[in-house]
Design a protein around this ligand. Sequence first.
Ligand code: PGA
Length: 256
Amino acid sequence: MSTAPKTLIAGNWKMYKTEAQAVELAAALSAGLRDSLPEDREVLLLPPFTALKAVAETIRGQRLFLGGQNFYPSAEGAFTGEVAPFMLADAGCTHALVGHSERRHILKESDRFIAQKTAFGLQAGLHMILCVGETLDQRTHGSVENVLKGQLRLGLAEVNKDGVTPDRLTIAYEPVWAIGTGKVAQTEDIVAAHDLVRKTLEDSFPHCGDKIRILYGGSVKPDNAGAILALDNVNGVLVGGASLQVDSFTAIASAV
Ligand code: PGA
């Protein structure tokens, strides 16, 4: 039996930080977390593409992982403006994000495209973090369950199910209305959504669905991180805004 992976604290830097700013933040984070990060946690940084290599060098040998915010599901080719998983790995990444709500809603990525990326990223050796989450409209209309189940089913449709292990796949539940708004979801809503994701994972991956990590994301801050991380089936957090400052991200990573 495999053991449960560590709690994951992930910082999604989105389209912020020049290379020099990214290096400064990464260096301050590795110094700040060296002694304060609890043993049962791990930290993932997701800088913009242009800063990946420099951040990789900055955090080498530290307890920090590096990930890409996006990629194109092909080994190489005529895909102007895109980056292949192998290029992320070459820049030092072990992880990648897929299905983030900003890519679903602003870049209009479909569930099918997200499914291709999830499967291709896994094949390429990356640890994939698949994001799911409902809009406020969908919540108001009582469709949270359908939306989450649908995004999980479709997003994982092309994955080789038997090959999945908890150290290669993570799900992030991020209610769209909580991202970047300061409106964190209510405790009971987080618990209900994570229970639902857990059940779906156990159905899809009978051999390891109970151990695949489920992160919460959406306005996670130092003052709510401890309470969120203590909830059942919350195995980490995906942090946007508060991951851009050394003090707030360090406080979240060590929050109890
Ligand atoms: P936020 O972003 O923490 O700024 O709400 C979360 C995310 O987009 O992953």
